[in-house]
Ligand binder design. Structure first.
Ligand SMILES: [Fe+2]
Ligand SMILES: [Fe+2]
Length: 249
């Protein structure tokens, strides 16, 4: 997979987001959506400095460039969420303890374990944005959440592709132990996310058990792809090199 071509293609494809429309957020969603989105907007607004430095330290300039483009997509998500919050007249969040914990935990680790922690957020984001997209009828919100969901699928595939190669030399026992610890961290994060964002997820029609179950399925698929070297089925939105070439022609 040529990730540079993918990120360029994804950057340049039309946004298809009707920003000119007035937002018409369902009444029951307004408060929980505003409260929840503020935190996700803050979480995706980081400059990614530590992960950029770790990627550069690998000596793989191509990979470091791809990580830059990945961070750029996260920052674009943050901008879009900021635009939505602006339209909803909800002030942006400047600080949240969970964001600090997440950043500090990642900084304690080397690149491959840092990426595993990053993937916890990516996996949860996949379920979260799917819930938001399906939970509203507003065309602008649906377009934004659908595009973010599509980008997150690409992020998962990008990190899996890299991490598969990083973990492959490790013994089966080491990979098994990492999977156990990673799963505990993932599940603890799911619980924290439900406590903080359960209201909006419930308002979108997602129960606690459904969130728990679906998140677990995403984790199992991603963990199998990285730590058992199972085949990861690329999402339809992630074009292969040939498709990208055709799109660029
Ligand atoms: Fe994102
Ligand atoms: Fe992401």
């Amino acid at each position: 997979m040529n990730w540079r071509r993918y990120f360029e293609w994804n950057r340049d494809r039309a946004e298809e987001i009707p920003w000119d429309r007035e937002l018409n957020v369902e009444l029951h969603l307004r408060k929980p959506l505003g409260d929840s989105l503020r935190q996700f907007q803050l979480g995706e607004s980081g400059d990614g400095l530590h992960i950029r430095q770790s990627a550069l330290a690998t000596g793989d300039a191509m990979y470091a460039g791809n990580v830059d483009m990945f961070i750029g997509e996260e920052q674009r998500h943050s901008r879009w969420m900021g635009q939505i919050l602006d339209k909803m007249q909800v002030p942006l969040m400047r600080h949240h303890w969970s964001n600090d914990v997440f950043i500090h935990l990642r900084r304690l680790l080397g690149l491959k374990h840092e990426l595993l922690i990053l993937l916890v957020a990516e996996m949860i984001a996949k379920r979260y944005f799917r819930a938001l997209r399906d939970g509203t009828q507003d065309p602008t919100l649906r377009a934004v959440f659908n595009r973010i969901l599509s980008d997150e699928e690409g992020h998962l595939a990008f990190h899996i592709d890299h991490l598969q190669r990083m973990f492959a030399p490790m013994s089966v026992l080491s990979r098994g132990l990492i999977r156990i610890v990673w799963r505990v961290i993932f599940r603890a994060t799911c619980a924290v996310v439900w406590l903080g964002h359960g209201r909006v997820l419930r308002a979108c029609g997602v129960s606690a058990s459904q969130f728990w179950w679906d998140s677990g399925l995403i984790f199992d698929e991603v963990a199998a792809a990285i730590l058992s070297c199972a085949v990861w089925s690329k999402p339809a939105e992630v074009p292969d090199g040939e498709t990208v070439k055709a799109a660029a022609a």
